[in-house]
Design a protein. Structure first.
Length: 189
């Protein structure tokens, strides 16, 4: 778990920096909006990322705290603080997904070379981070529940636009069966 925590720490500190850069880009657009629609549109995105920043300010020290843990028994679903960490990580997986979409939306508005280059760079890193976090959380969940099926897997099926690598997404439309609910990242036990 220590190696995973190291990766999570790096991803979310990088994400925090990226969000701050993005918000700095949005602020003047909001302040100088040409109409109410433009102002509300970017203000809404800004507020969502502002909320993410406030969550990351809590999450990053929590990851740091668990990086110091030496006793593997602390990494158990019976440890409420560890359970909280996993829930926060799961929430931020969706935060990364939304951030990628916010960057995509901004690319429609910010077409000048300087800002579009920055946005594309932030997007590329954030998309890779999202994929890595998603995979790591799947693996962590499977440690606690061998029958684990990601209840949110269908969410990505309709978001092929996030993957700009040019690879074709293989989507399985197997019928979902009702799974017993065990401890999962994000569940409340």
């Amino acid at each position: 778990m220590q190696e995973e925590l190291k990766i999570f720490f790096h991803i979310f500190t990088t994400t925090k920096d990226a969000i701050e850069k993005f918000m700095d880009m949005l602020d003047p657009v909001i302040q100088n909006a040409t109409d109410e629609h433009e102002r509300l549109y970017y203000h809404h995105i800004y507020e969502e990322e502002e909320q993410r920043l406030s969550r990351l300010v809590v999450l990053i020290p929590l990851i740091s705290k668990f990086q110091q843990v030496k006793d593997e028994k602390e990494f158990s679903p019976t440890n409420n603080e560890f359970n909280r960490l996993l829930q926060e990580l799961n929430l931020e997986k969706f935060g990364l997904h939304n951030f990628v979409e916010h960057l995509d939306l901004a690319l429609f508005r910010f077409t000048d070379e300087e800002r579009s280059s920055l946005l594309k760079s932030l997007r590329e890193v954030s998309y890779k981070d999202y994929q890595q976090v998603k995979q790591m959380l799947m693996e962590i969940n499977s440690r606690f529940d061998t029958n684990y099926v990601d209840p949110h897997a269908h969410h990505d099926e309709d978001h092929d636009h996030l993957d700009r690598t040019g690879a074709q997404a293989v989507v399985s439309h197997a019928p979902q069966t009702k799974q017993r609910r065990g401890f999962t990242v994000g569940s409340l036990i």
